[in-house]
Ligand binder design. Structure first.
Ligand code: AMP
Ligand code: ZN
Length: 479
């Protein structure tokens, strides 16, 4: 187990900071979930896998993590002002909630395939309308929001007297003013850069709730404020999402929270960088995307064969979560090779022959390697460095195979357990399954070879040995 401090890059301060949880041994983490109006693409999955590793590592360090990841089933608008889910409901001739359910189900199925753990709480925006209305009422009372023609807007000018809007994304108001492009009911607003807390529902709008300001629906940013506050409190440890959510979504969340509670909601703001395709952001709206099932079943034109979710997950983790990553067949194939090399390393380790005497020197070497692995994770969850370090274990295994050093069952068990911790438990890669399958096949081969040797069929026994050597499994006959 790591004894060292964990450092996390905080988007709020643009620096790596030592992590200390706000409440003893527990961590509150909120991650913005999907807008469930269509299937998630691989880019969305990359972000959720990044936070899955973060969740897994924090839990591994012994923290009791309450991980809240919401479902946006209302309020996320198109540029035209139409609610994304309502729009899809009309085209698919379904109830908006049927759309939300359908794509929530498919989202969960995909994340299961990627071996992503369920969050502790998965609240929906539509299930928290009352909480959102209460926050709006408070903001109106504090003169930080105003009612206009049945809608309610956050008043940026008044807010800027208590704190500066746009801090997280590093924007100042002049910059925001010149880039404001909100086509929705601009006439209702005092200033074009004010954002909607509540929108009046027009006649044909499907999703609508009663409010003190008439029938309408909540603005997108407000749901995350309402749900994070409800389940994690006014102040919590980590708030995450994709980097594209920094502005306006997260800057708006911060403004609402500071306006409402007087507190910066999250100690650490974490942002996962984008997956690109042909060097452009993967996105639902532009059509520049790949759906996970297309890749898993091999039906995407840009890929010549199917790829296992485990390989795709491994491919994602070979890049740091804060770096952009471009997906292509050649890149995935390189990952597939790397993945198979790792399986080979684990198989070779499971086959090394042990001696009776404990080897403390070797145990020290393994522990040093273990510390190096933890150093990578403690450096802002550096998964590519961790994987590189795991490949370095090859040197230790080589020395054992070449009889430079001996290994007893004690060191072997310790070593194998570390692979399980880093690869399966923390990175969420399914190495065990492959190993078990390979192990049983190997066992059969080894039995066949033993039999052949007993019957002096050296041609067969040598050919089994030679074929295994070709895939990196060297048998050391001690007799
Ligand atoms: P959405 O359903 O559009 O709200 O997105 C769900 C999550 O996926 C958010 O955290 C986004 O920031 C993230 N996301 C969207 N596009 C990409 C991408 N190309 N690469 C990585 N994450 C993305
Ligand atoms: Zn959010």
């Amino acid at each position: 187990m790591s004894q060292k401090d964990l450092y996390i890059y905080n988007s709020l301060t643009s620096s790596k900071e030592k992590f200390k949880s706000l409440r003893n041994n527990s961590v509150g983490m909120y991650v913005c979930g999907p807008t469930v109006y269509s299937d998630v693409h691989l880019g969305n999955c990359r972000t959720f896998i990044s936070f899955d590793v973060i969740y897994r590592y924090l839990a591994h360090l012994g923290y009791k993590v309450r991980y809240v990841r919401n479902i946006t089933d209302v309020g996320h608008l198109e540029d035209t002002g139409e609610d994304k889910i309502s729009k899809k409901a009309k085209t698919e001739k379904l109830e908006p909630m049927e759309i939300a359910q359908k794509y929530t189900n498919s989202f969960r199925e995909i994340l299961k395939k990627f071996n992503v753990l369920d969050p502790s709480i998965e609240p929906t925006a539509s299930g928290h309308i009352t909480e959102q209305i209460l926050i709006i009422e408070d903001l109106i009372q504090k003169n930080l929001a105003y009612i206009s023609n049945g809608s309610v807007y956050f008043d940026i000018s008044n807010y800027n007297e208590i704190d500066s809007y746009g801090k997280l994304s590093g924007r100042d108001l002049d910059n925001i003013k010149s880039n404001s492009r909100d086509l929705v009911s601009q006439d209702d607003k005092k200033n074009e850069f004010d954002f909607a807390l509540w929108k009046k529902a027009e006649k044909n709008h499907l999703m609508r709730w009663n409010s003190p300001w008439g029938e309408g629906f909540p603005g997108w940013h407000l749901e995350c404020t309402a749900m994070s506050k409800k389940y994690l409190g006014d102040e919590f440890d980590i708030h995450g999402g994709g980097i594209d959510l920094k502005f306006p979504h997260h800057d708006c969340e911060i403004a609402q929270c500071i306006g409402h509670t007087g507190k910066q909601p999250a100690k650490f703001w974490m942002h996962a960088n984008m997956l690109t395709l042909n060097n452009k952001k993967m996105s639902k709206s532009t059509g520049n995307n790949i759906l996970p099932n297309e890749l898993f079943s091999g039906i995407n034109d840009q890929f010549s064969k199917p790829y296992d979710p485990n390989i795709v997950r491994f491919f994602f983790l070979q890049a740091h979560y804060r770096n952009e990553l471009d997906i292509s067949e050649s890149a995935i194939q390189a990952s597939e090779k790397g993945f198979n090399r790792l399986i080979e390393i684990i198989n070779r380790l499971s086959l090394v022959q042990t001696v009776k005497t404990k080897n403390d020197k070797l145990l020290d070497t393994i522990k040093k390697w273990e510390n190096n692995c933890y150093d990578c994770l403690n450096d802002d969850f550096n998964t590519p460095m961790l994987l590189a370090e795991i490949f370095n274990s090859n040197k230790i295994i080589n020395n054992i195979e070449n009889n430079v050093t001996e290994i007893s069952q004690v060191e072997k068990d310790y070593f194998i357990n570390l692979f399980d911790i880093f690869l399966n438990k923390i990175l969420g890669l399914n190495f065990k399954k492959d190993k078990i399958n390979n192990d049983s096949v190997l066992e059969i081969l080894l039995k066949l070879r033993d039999n052949a040797r007993k019957h002096k069929d050296y041609k067969l026994s040598d050919s089994i040995r030679d074929e295994l050597a070709k895939i990196g499994i060297n048998l050391n006959d001690k007799d």
